[in-house]
Design a protein around this ligand. Sequence first.
Ligand SMILES: Nc1ncnc2c1ncn2[C@@H]1O[C@H](COP(=O)(O)OP(=O)(O)OP(=O)(O)O)[C@@H](O)[C@H]1O
Ligand SMILES: [Mg+2]
Length: 231
Amino acid sequence: MATHIVEIKDLQFGFANEVGRIQPLFEGLDLSIERGQFICLVGPSGCGKTTLIRLIAGLLDSQGGTININLKQKDTKRRRAYMFQDARLLPWRRVLSNVMFALEPLPVSKEEAKETALKNLKMVGLEDHANKFPHQLSGGQRQRVAIARALSVGAELLLMDEPFSALDAYTRHELQDDLLEIWQKMDKTIIFITHDMREAEYLANRIITLSEDATIENDKKIKTKRPRKRS
Ligand SMILES: Nc1ncnc2c1ncn2[C@@H]1O[C@H](COP(=O)(O)OP(=O)(O)OP(=O)(O)O)[C@@H](O)[C@H]1O
Ligand SMILES: [Mg+2]
């Protein structure tokens, strides 16, 4: 088994402008991520963080170079679990059903899906809220549902795009600690985008900073022992 879960070599990618010409964003990016790491990806607005994890998730196709995702699981539908800044729950479905929704494309029975969803709702402390609708939850609880949904897919690789940035500091700290516990328990590799350097230093093993021109400006390991103090 390769030790790198993500291997990006010579990545080329740009978006087309109004007249269809590609505006280069990544021009030869190389990046390898070891299995089991908690990576924080930081950098100025517009530098390409979201685009990079969408490429890793397979939601966008690269235009050159290679992106290898080396998973233990062979089931490619479980390849990615992607989490956004907002929870993106379906308002007409109850919490449990929102979590089960993520399992619909997978070859699992309804009973199994329900069991998995309940287990993960418990993991994020929401077992008593399974029958509520999203509008009956706080912002933090909705993000917890989104975490439970991401976990339910069973993906080895969790891609999280500023998932806690809309939350108040207290809730954010709680969710950071919950996520760290999940990461330590469940053998996940996490790539987590944040604007908040303190959040990155609290969470990450490794902080990758992209610069304005979508190159890696800084790549540092954080070896501070856990539990860490918040700065
Ligand atoms: N769908 C799109 N079509 C055209 N250009 C896009 C598209 N999505 C992103 N871009 C451009 O690509 C660049 C990188 O965007 P991206 O969303 O990856 O940045 P980001 O680092 O995530 O920024 P932020 O911190 O503000 O979320 C930006 O210049 C942006 O305008
Ligand atoms: Mg972004």
